[in-house]
Design a protein around this ligand. Structure first.
Ligand code: AMP
Length: 214
């Protein structure tokens, strides 16, 4: 089983991916997390990559594919995985098809308005230690701006500044249609109303997942 979460930055792919992982046991594979981790650990010393991350541009398909291939061949992905942030364009989708393309596939596209996206991304905070995602409006930590798990002070992602958010949305919208058309043609596309609250979105996702698994 491979589950692909589509949707612009701020649509809640990361949060829903975590929920799917918890309920169904398929690990979440986030291309953005893999990149940020590789840069932080200095496993990926590439000025291009750092620049792209900071400005909201896409990293090259070759680098992404190497990282994804390496991650999904690990033992925990044997039964399936949830992709968050990948594929981002048609080329990546086609290359992804070549690896492990026989798996049952579900595409969940979380759709919501630009206004809501900008509000959500502005309120997003992450734990620099464990990567937990919070939202100061929708999913607050128990203690103000502090991770419930690690007790560490939460931070804003560098690319959640307004001008970078706008660039990330522009980049996403550029590629969105071709990706959606591709998955519609494959008959695996599902549109999810992302304007609902977190639980409402997850409940819609579970309905689709349960049908696919049955
Ligand atoms: P995300 O955490 O998914 O919002 O991704 C953060 C940043 O990582 C993006 O703005 C891109 O610079 C880079 N990135 C993540 N996934 C991909 C991908 N599949 N292809 C190219 N760049 C990516």
């Amino acid at each position: 089983m491979r589950i692909i979460l589509l949707g612009p930055p701020g649509s809640g792919k990361g949060t829903q991916g975590d929920f799917i992982e918890k309920k169904y046991g398929f690990p979440k594979v986030s291309s953005g997390d893999l990149l940020r981790q590789a840069v932080k650990n200095e496993a990926l010393l590439d000025e291009e990559v750092e620049g792209a991350l900071n400005c909201g541009r896409l990293v090259s398909d070759d680098i992404i594919m190497l990282m994804i291939k390496d991650r999904i061949c690990q033992e925990d992905c044997r039964k399936g995985y949830v992709m968050d942030g990948f594929p981002r364009n048609l080329n990546q989708a086609k290359m992804f098809e070549e690896i492990n393309g026989k798996r049952k596939e579900i595409v969940l596209d979380i759709y919501l308005s630009e206004k809501t996206l900008i509000e959500r991304l502005g309120a997003r905070r992450i734990c620099p230690q464990c990567g937990a995602i919070y939202n100061m409006k929708l999913q607050c930590p128990e203690k103000e701006e502090t991770c419930d798990v690690c007790g560490v002070r939460l931070v804003r992602r560098q690319d959640d500044e307004l001008h970078v958010i706008k660039e990330r949305l522009r980049v996403y919208r550029n590629q969105e249609k071709t990706l959606i058309d591709y998955y519609k043609q494959k008959g695996v596309y599902n549109k999810i109303d992302g304007e609902k609250n977190i639980e409402g979105v997850f409940s819609d996702i579970c309905e689709i997942m349960d049908k696919a698994i049955a």
